[in-house]
Design a binder for this molecule. Structure first.
Ligand SMILES: Cc1cc2nc3c(=O)[nH]c(=O)nc-3n(C[C@H](O)[C@H](O)[C@H](O)COP(=O)(O)OP(=O)(O)OC[C@H]3O[C@@H](n4cnc5c(N)ncnc54)[C@H](O)[C@@H]3O)c2cc1C
Length: 423
């Protein structure tokens, strides 16, 4: 089973199109349920329906869920009367953090108990550092003409449900990594795998890459280059090529996380689990920040062994990496203990595995969109060079496929152009 990314956002058409193109389209499966819960103040409460990344569009559904305290709930409608400019702010005021915008309009509890836990699943980041415009772009777009965040959430939700047909998430039962393997196999060129690029330099005809391990370097000449690596290696490779882009890339921070996969005999769960999983607000002080009931969520996992219940616990938040310094046994034991408290599961897991993703998730900090504009402007000054991946325009496999398509189109355009005179 997947121990990293486990599903594709089906609403990004490029992801499904790529799966189709490599013959995996017919294998894609949808989750059996996407209902989720918030484990807070010692109780499991349903994640309210009708939110945009936790920002409520439907106050009644928010009230029914019981996720907010009475006081927190009473604060939310103040959004309608509070003074202020448009949600997105005026351009001169610049970008603001998620906590600043959402907390300012709807109160701190909406941030702590809903928005930050949901964003935590994507960025493992902190609401007081993440950029509102970069991490909640659908709300930022809808909030341009209104100062009410509730109104912006309703508009954003109507837009996304208008565009929605079919499931929101899909996966490949044999493992989502199969997509990358199939893409590599489908390429009508040789793929050199496991050879890190250590140097990138310009030549009169294009590019020179030094690849492979230090003791056995190989040199590769290339007409064009797509840097599809995280921001840190991209910064290192661009230092001598586009120093301004390299400096900006070096400023993109990353969070480290771990996935702890545990299997219990299904009979050890006395009560049914609440849907596909649950989120845990940081304020509750638990180690586990989210859990997925994988064998409830994915029918193919349930079918593989109906006597087992498989749960994925996620651990690690940006600037709280110390929790990951525990060894695997301790980490798995602590996650199992949290899951026992959350679900009442008895006994010990029959199998477990810890998968660490050091520096796995880029942080779109306040000002991220401007930073990416500056990086792209510097890269555009280098003919035959493109960048793509999670560091720039969206975290997630589907967003990365979209960004890769755009980089590939840039390279195709570049190669179609006649070389400059004298070049
Ligand atoms: C635990 C976890 C769960 C996730 N779950 C989901 C999910 O369910 N759905 C979803 O859509 N997204 C999920 N994500 C996010 C998603 O996996 C990433 O955003 C996405 O894989 C990033 O793709 P990328 O190509 O930008 O970077 P990466 O996948 O990090 O790929 C970059 C590649 O560059 C290589 N590289 C680095 N340096 C060099 C070098 N010098 N030379 C050559 N190669 C180099 C690396 O080895 C790596 O293979 C999850 C992430 C994590 C950590």
């Amino acid at each position: 089973m997947d121990e990293g990314a486990e599903s594709l956002l089906a609403r990004v058409p490029e992801a499904v199109a790529l799966a189709d193109a490599v013959g995996l389209g017919d294998e894609l499966v949808a989750p059996a349920t996407t209902a989720a819960a918030v484990w807070t103040s010692g109780r499991m409460r349903p994640l309210p329906t009708g939110t945009v990344m936790g920002v409520p569009a439907d106050l009644r559904a928010l009230g029914r869920s019981g996720v907010l305290s009475a006081r927190g709930l009473a604060r939310v409608p103040l959004d309608r009367v509070l003074p202020g400019s448009a949600v997105t702010g005026d351009a001169a005021a610049g970008d603001r953090s998620v906590a600043d915008v959402v907390g300012g309009r709807l109160g701190a509890e909406v941030v702590e108990r809903l928005v930050e836990p949901l964003l935590g699943g994507v960025y493992a980041g902190r609401a007081d550092e993440l950029s509102f415009a970069a991490t909640l772009p659908q709300l930022a777009a809808a909030g341009r003409d209104t100062r009410s965040l509730l109104a912006a959430a309703r508009v954003a939700q109507a837009r996304s449900s208008g565009a929605r047909t079919g499931p929101v998430f899909l996966t490949v039962p044999a493992g989502l990594g199969r997509l990358a393997i199939r893409v590599a196999a489908a390429a009508d060129a040789e793929c050199l795998l496991g050879r890190p690029v250590r140097e990138l330099t310009r030549t009169p005809d294009g590019w020179r890459l030094v690849i492979g391990p230090t003791p056995e370097p190989e040199v590769l000449a290339a007409d064009a280059v797509v840097l599809a690596v995280p921001a840190r290696p991209a910064a290192r490779l661009l230092t001598g090529v586009a120093a301004d882009a390299a400096a900006e890339l070096a400023g993109i921070d990353y969070a480290s996380v771990a996935v702890v996969t545990l299997a219990w005999p299904a009979a050890d769960f006395a009560a049914p689990v609440p849907g596909s999983g649950f989120l845990v607000p940081a304020a509750d002080g638990r180690l586990v920040k989210a859990a997925t009931f994988s064998s409830v969520k994915w029918p193919h996992l349930a079918a593989a062994d109906p006597t087992l219940a498989v749960v994925r616990g996620s651990v690690g938040r940006h600037r709280d990496e110390a929790v990951l310094q525990r060894d695997d046994v301790e980490l798995a034991g602590l996650v199992a203990a949290d899951l026992r408290s959350a679900t009442g599961v008895r006994g010990r897991p029959v199998a477990w595995r810890v998968t660490r993703w050091g520096g796995g998730l880029p942080q779109y900090a306040v000002g991220h969109l401007d930073r990416v504009r500056r990086i792209r402007a510097a890269v555009e000054r280098q003919p035959g060079l493109e960048i793509c991946g999670a560091a720039y325009d969206g975290v997630g496999v589907a967003a990365c496929i979209r960004s890769a398509n755009s980089a590939a189109a840039g390279i195709v355009d570049f190669l179609a152009k006649p070389p400059p005179a004298g070049g």
